[in-house]
Design a protein around this ligand. Sequence first.
Ligand SMILES: [Zn+2]
Length: 433
Amino acid sequence: MRSMFHGPFSATKPVKLAFICGILFVMATLSVRATGDSVSKIAEDPLCAQALDWLGKNTDWVTAQQIRLTEIPASENNETARGQYLKQLLEANGLTVHVDDTGDVIGERPGSDPSGVILVAAHLDTVFPPGTDVHVKRAGTRLTAPGISDNGAGLAAIAGVSRALAESRIRTVKTIVFAGDVGEEGEGNLRGIRALVEHYGSRLAAVIAVDGPSTEHITTQGIASRRFEITVTGPGGHSWSDFGAPNPITALSRAIVRFSAIRIPDNPRSSFNFGVIDGGTSVNSIPAKASVKVDLRSEDSAQLNRMETALREAIQTGVRDEMAASRTFASENSLQVTFRSLGMRPAGALPENSPLLHTIRDVDRYLGNRSRLERSSTDANVPLSLGIPAIALGGGGRGGGSHTLGEWYDPSGRELGLKRLFLTVVALAGIQP
Ligand SMILES: [Zn+2]
């Protein structure tokens, strides 16, 4: 930048630049103040005040919907029944609802300007396999069930906010779309949100992913991830008579130990997880096949590349070591490896000066909510990777034990999250005069 001041225009450019910078500064200040004003103005609008009042008084209704939704199992690729219940809820709130080819439930609330869309999406799916007991248990104010927070809290929030809009009959400028999307967890590879973003395309003014309960963060950066299934096959055999043949489970174990010894940096923050391991048929058979599923993540794509390379090397070395240790050297006894991609989540970041970020910060200021910016891997990754303004927020209340059978949720104070989402959506959509 400094070199710009040299050369034939060195006398005029600094002046021009200072002038332009001055204008930009004033514009930035004005636009920030304008959104700031509009949040308190929105909250004071009689219809909005009525909606906020409804949210404050009806948190029990929202919690009841969360329990209903959570008790409908929604494992990977089995989101239809839960989606149907959400469809009923959104229809009861006056939205025009349809289910797309991917399985996303999409409720539209048309604005006066159809060229702008605010998409509010909560994922329907859970990480829990079919057959998991999803009955909600109560102890005091605490609710316990797999999926109660992730993403019962997000789904309940869109049910509550769309109901508050219906109760108050607010008319907005931009169209608001509430969606329950499929394929966020596990191997879904974000296919639900991908379909939504593709469908609305350039009409998307902002995307809000509502995931989990916490109101203490604003997710503005999407962490890149890569997921693989690695399969090792071999000759198999009898545990006694074929002893010494290479064993796919032992080969994978060598590889996992090897990769796990690699130093993973704190900065850029990165992680790995061997999440599922499979293989073998009986205790006295040398397995003919074993596989492992692994998830790699990093804030930095170069680091993610290095981790993938290291993973491939560790697997090759593990297999080589197992073959070297085996007592049978015939070529038909060798091990084979296949790598299968289970999904790649693209990275992306919301710029610091984004109007969307100004809006949510103004809402937090108005509500007296303290929040910090966060990086995570959510539905927001997809729009962020395409340069579409997006954030992920929690739906309100408190929770923990996500992705475990002990997952819990406490609705105490959930109206803060509901009002936060409501004000953000309405501020972004704009009220019709
Ligand atoms: Zn989630």
